[in-house]
Design a binder for this molecule. Structure first.
Ligand code: HEM
Length: 248
């Protein structure tokens, strides 16, 4: 699962880019709200609690939410925010503002269980489903975690719904996308908050800055199962990368 203990003072990373990302969220909420917001009625108490906690975390005065409290909370940080609630014996996605999806549709995941959300992820059912469900059941407010997820994508856009993937002709036109994810229990409502902060850098920039980066990435691609390469749209990418590394 790649989970590490989270120091709660670092719940959200405040670094450069925050203002631009929050601006982008405002734009998406105005122009494509149905694609970036998902709210089941049940999530409101957890959303209220989360909004209060985010205000407190940022040392902002307590003010009533103008929009749904989850939307207001999401506009305070660059991260995407998801609320997981336990019902029908499963942890389910009941509220979300995801402005920066990595090739998935929020609407298709609403109300779904962890297993259902991940049913397209190769290897999830066999290797991750049981430990992830067990971990969620054991989580407490004192035990928060974070993890990283990386991907290669054919666009630098943060808002990335599913689309036809570009053939990997030119490695220089690919981008390395990292998600910093955190999980934390809300003490009052016992809902679990999942946050996702997305960082994107051009592959070219990373290849130029470190020789080790290229070899590590190539190793990861060469050892990934074919079904993963297909799910990610990475078939052929390793060969292009190998060519690029040999030329330079
Ligand atoms: C310990 C917790 C979790 C683990 C270990 C985990 C693991 C993963 C992995 C390995 C992938 C594939 C990533 C990739 O291909 O780049 C994935 C995708 C995904 N995960 Fe999780 N995940 C966790 C929690 C969650 C939660 C709480 C949500 C709730 C929204 C979530 C939503 C998703 C979605 C929407 C995708 C993309 C699926 C698609 O392509 O349709 N994950 N996750």
């Amino acid at each position: 699962m790649g989970l590490r203990p989270l120091d709660l003072s670092n719940w959200f990373e405040s670094d450069h880019g925050v203002a631009e990302e929050v601006d982008e969220k405002h734009r998406l909420l105005r122009d494509r709200r149905n694609e970036v917001v998902g709210l089941l009625d049940s999530c409101r108490p957890a959303a209220e609690e989360l909004y209060g906690m985010v205000l407190e975390h940022l040392s902002r005065p307590k003010v009533a939410a103008v929009d749904h409290p989850l939307v207001d909370a999401s506009l305070l940080v660059p991260d995407d925010l998801c609320i997981m609630e336990r019902f029908d014996d499963e942890w389910r996605l009941s509220g979300a503002v995801v402005a920066f999806p990595s090739r998935w549709y929020l609407a298709a995941k609403m109300g779904r269980s962890l297993d259902e959300i991940h049913d397209v992820v190769p290897g999830y059912e066999t290797q991750l489903a049981s430990p992830v469900n067990a971990f969620f059941n054991r989580m407490t407010p004192e035990r928060s975690v974070w993890r990283l997820n990386w991907s290669l994508v054919d666009s630098p856009e943060l808002f990335l719904p599913p689309s036809h993937r570009r053939p990997p002709d030119d490695v220089e036109e690919w981008f390395f996308r990292v998600e910093r994810q955190t999980l934390r229990v809300l003490p009052q409502t016992s809902a679990i908050v999942f946050t996702i902060r997305t960082y994107v850098r051009s592959l070219e920039e990373l290849l130029s800055s470190s020789a080790d980066y290229g070899t590590s990435l190539l190793l990861a691609l060469d050892t990934a199962p074919l079904e993963t390469l297909e799910y990610k749209g990475w078939v052929g990418v390793a060969d292009r990368l190998r060519d690029r590394l040999t030329v330079n």
